[in-house]
Design a protein around this ligand. Structure first.
Ligand code: GLA
Length: 428
């Protein structure tokens, strides 16, 4: 049984749980604690000997790439179709100079509109905006970062560019040859094929088969490539995303840079926590922090909620022009520590009182991250009852965004939460 050593990348340092324990926890639910009694380890060994669990992502060549949710940057939210080689290089440079790389942001993901034509042998080439994808990957890697790319299981992508239908193996080979580390695979164009299916079940099978096909093609390359499913949460993808090799699956339609849409998506994630685990995560979509459509309180809500949700932290702004306030939001070490916590337990909503919602995430040091959110446009007081959160006696409370210890407390804490804002606590 292998004890994994430390892993850097999107997650920073990681490793306490043995691979066998992880696999057993995933197969029997989460009832086996991370540090097991020797008898449970024996039990784990017996289980693994009898059940072929290695068909899923954790045993595959993608081994360590998704032990914590991915962190990086994606071109779509800010640049849309105005993305090219020069812009990607500039974002990579800014990822380093802003301190984001050192805070854990590793992936530079090119979204839709990079695709050109296929040659006579069927191999895809980038369009004129990306003269040399291999050289770009080399550049990004030279900065200590990883490069991601985008495609669709359909004939066309959402923006109408060349998709992978019928060329899955060739495309995976091409990505590996270029040095790609991450693929976002976006359903869009496959809907035409799905519409032709005689029944909804048959349509779903077409979709699932297409994700399996690309999973196998990626694995066939031998290169660890993070596999991000994007099909907007249809057919309860959280129930089958891990089985088709997804390291990540979008649970919703597209985010936009407004409080209303971010809140609709973020607070709409209640109940999905049990489907996330080491190796595969729910994805409520990329960040809008720094794009200008929300105020700082609202962006703090966005970051805090995504951290509690163990969501990917994929910045979606222009890293070359961001303000010091935006950099500070994106690189807050205590918030990132919650998102990347090695226990890998996604948090969930524990109470609502009209517009006040309390969300809690259990962390590996036995503390809990507690988000007290106010969805109203005026300040509101809220009370956190520590006993209701499972704490006994005196607790120590830290205000994460204000980086301030609030001291020992008993029973409860009453605080005023700003409009559309959050009070983000770490309680132990
Ligand atoms: C879909 C996805 C977006 C983005 C665009 C690109 O809308 O959900 O995240 O990738 O396609 O066309």
């Amino acid at each position: 049984m292998r004890q994994e050593s430390s892993v850097t990348g999107s997650g920073g340092e990681y490793r306490e749980t043995t691979e066998t324990e992880l696999l057993v926890r995933r197969s029997v639910g989460k009832s086996i604690p991370a540090r097991s009694h020797p008898n449970s380890i024996l039990f784990a060994l017996i289980l693994v000997a009898f059940f072929p669990l290695c068909s899923r992502s954790l045993c595959a060549q993608d081994g360590n790439i998704a032990l914590t949710p991915p962190m990086g940057w994606n071109s779509w939210n800010h640049f849309n179709n105005r993305i090219d080689d020069e812009t990607v290089r500039a974002q990579a440079d800014a990822m380093v100079s802003s301190g984001m790389r050192d805070a854990g942001y590793i992936y530079i993901d090119i979204d839709d509109t990079w695709e050109g034509q296929r040659d006579s042998a069927g191999y895809i080439h980038p369009n004129s905006k990306f003269p040399d994808m291999k050289a770009l990957a080399d550049y990004v890697h030279s900065k200590g970062l990883k490069l991601g790319i985008y495609s669709s299981p359909g004939a066309k992508t959402c923006a109408g560019f060349e998709g992978s239908l019928g060329h899955e193996t060739q495309d995976a080979e091409t990505y590996a040859k270029w040095g790609i580390d991450y693929l976002k695979y976006d359903l869009c164009g496959l809907r035409n094929e799905m519409k032709e299916a005689p029944t909804p079940d048959a349509a779903q099978k077409i979709m699932i088969d297409s994700y399996v096909k690309m999973r196998d093609a990626l694995r066939g390359t031998g290169r660890p490539i993070f596999y991000s499913l994007c099909q907007y949460g249809e057919d309860a993808v959280w129930r089958w995303g891990a089985d088709v090799g997804g390291n990540l699956w979008r649970t919703t339609g597209d985010i936009s840079d407004s409080y209303a849409r971010m809140a609709e998506i973020g607070f709409g994630q209640a109940g999905l926590a049990r489907f996330a685990a080491h190796g595969h995560w729910n994805d409520p979509d990329m960040l809008e922090v720094g794009n200008g459509g929300m105020n700082m309180e609202e962006y703090r809500t966005h970051m805090s909620l995504w951290a509690i949700l163990a969501a990917p932290l994929l910045a979606g702004n222009d890293l070359t022009t961001m303000t010091p306030e935006t950099t500070a939001l994106l690189t807050n070490r205590e918030v990132i520590a919650v998102d990347q916590d090695k226990l890998g337990e996604q948090g969930d909503r524990v109470s609502t009182e009209g517009p006040i919602e309390i969300w809690v995430r259990s962390l590996s040091d036995n503390s809990k991250a507690v988000g007290v959110f106010n969805r109203l446009e005026v300040p509101l007081s809220a009370t956190v009852n520590f006993r209701e959160l499972g704490f006994q006696g005196t607790v120590s409370v830290r205000d994460i965004w204000n980086a301030r210890n609030l001291g020992p407390m008993r029973n409860s804490y009453t605080v005023t939460v700003p409009p559309h804002g959050v009070v983000f606590l770490r309680v132990r």
